[in-house]
Write a protein that binds this ligand. Structure first.
Ligand SMILES: Nc1ncnc2c1ncn2[C@@H]1O[C@H](COP(=O)(O)OP(=O)(O)OP(=O)(O)O)[C@@H](O)[C@H]1O
Ligand SMILES: C[C@@](O)(CCO)CC(=O)[O-]
Ligand SMILES: [Mg+2]
Length: 373
């Protein structure tokens, strides 16, 4: 039996980092996906195929023996719970023993998360899991969340009793969506340390959302919204950037509180503009969004999460009268540039690409997690 799932990446339009500290943020799904195929062995063939095999695009690899013998911790229950420190340590040792090549070591946190989510939801049952992605890793487009959401969608789908073949991708019902989003959040904790939950939530539910302390408001956009995405290709790690902001907050709690409050106002105003049905012209709305992005970028700079490569993108796009801000965790990664109606972006793209950056557009606000039998 085979189950497939896919989950989208995301952009954060406003509020990254501050959202970890209780501010509002606005995020939207994009049409770049992580795909998971879960192959379960036939009951009759189970004795001959008792392994768990994970095939990643970047690292084909399978466990050295039956899961029950290699996994040094108990499998979990059907309700989402956090991975304990001891279990995480055991998983880390197990992953270390797999001798992942040094140049692929950044995949370790993904593999640890895979092991924990898999055994928590499916126990020690054998399977082959194939994971591919269209998202750049560690670049601010939510590759970690799409990974956790697509994986938990496939794992949960494998236990749905009605597996009648249907044409194409279909969404999960609200109960399963809520369940997989909780599991994915627990997975994100292993990769991010202290995630706000916005990335897994927008990947699970899709569309555009306003998010504050776990509370989700689905937004209905009433204006065209086009963004150029520029990948600076400067690698970075969300966990380290999030903990850097927390350390700065411990050192300067009052100053940082003001920064987070300002970001909260920006996100709320942005959400209101996007949803507004007023007579205000699109051009005026775009002007307001541009200014809010500029202020948000300044505040991200003051949190210490920008980077010289991001500054280069901002300066370059400004020459073409376009406004940009980082998206996701920053420190390199991807930058968003608002493309107001009628913008011809070729010259700006040419210049950005001459620095070795990669530019692309993505459709914003599409579907969330989907499955296919
Ligand atoms: N398809 C995948 N297969 C295996 N591991 C993955 C996959 N996608 C993401 N990961 C794991 O997630 C890590 C990247 O997560 P990280 O949170 O640092 O970046 P991001 O999610 O791309 O960006 P952001 O959190 O800013 O949106 C990778 O180093 C890897 O461990
Ligand atoms: C940096 C951050 O705000 C967004 C990463 O996409 C972290 C989080 O909210 O979990
Ligand atoms: Mg991430």
């Amino acid at each position: 039996m085979e189950v497939k799932a896919r989950a989208p990446g995301k952009i954060i339009l406003a509020g990254e980092h501050a959202v970890v500290h209780g501010s509002t943020a606005v995020a939207a799904a994009i049409d770049l996906y992580t795909y998971v195929t879960l192959r379960l062995p036939l009951q009759s063939a189970a004795e001959n195929n008792d392994r768990l095999t994970l095939q990643l695009k970047d690292l084909p690899w399978s466990f050295p023996g039956p899961l029950k013998e290699v996994i040094p911790f108990d499998s979990n229950t059907s309700t989402p719970a956090s991975c304990s420190g001891d279990t995480l340590k055991s998983i880390a040792v197990l992953v270390e023993e797999q001798n992942i090549p040094e140049e692929k070591i950044w995949l370790s946190s993904g593999i640890s998360t895979f092991l924990w989510l898999y055994t928590s939801i499916r126990g020690f049952n054998p399977a082959t899991v194939i994971i591919t992605t269209e998202l750049p890793y560690g670049s601010g487009l939510g590759s970690s969340a799409a990974f956790c959401v697509a994986l938990t969608s496939a794992l949960i789908a494998s236990s749905i009793s009605d597996k009648t073949h249907r044409e194409g991708w279909c969404s999960l019902d609200e109960t399963n969506l809520e369940l997989l989003n909780k599991w994915a959040f627990e997975g994100e904790k292993i990769i991010h340390g202290k995630p706000s939950g916005i990335d897994n939530t927008v990947s699970a539910y899709g569309n555009m959302i306003k998010f504050c302390s776990g509370e989700i408001t689905r937004l209905q956009s009433n204006m065209p919204l086009r963004m150029l995405i520029t990948n600076t290709k400067v690698g970075r790690n969300t966990k380290a950037l999030v903990s850097g902001v927390s350390e700065r907050t411990v050192r300067h709690p009052y100053a940082m509180k003001s920064v987070f409050n300002a970001v909260d106002s920006i996100s709320k105003e942005l959400a209101a503009i996007i949803q507004s049905k007023d007579e205000v012209s699109v051009t005026e709305k775009e002007e307001s969004i541009k200014e809010l992005m500029e202020i948000n970028q300044g505040l991200l700079q003051s949190m210490g999460v920008s980077h010289s490569s991001i500054d280069t993108v901002i300066r370059t796009t400004l020459k073409h009268k376009l406004t940009s801000k980082l998206t996701g965790a920053g420190g390199g990664g991807c930058v968003l540039t608002l493309l107001p109606t009628g913008t011809v972006v070729d010259k700006a793209v040419e210049e950005l690409e001459s620095y070795g950056f990669q530019c692309f557009t993505a459709s914003i606000g599409g579907n969330g997690a989907e499955i296919c039998f």
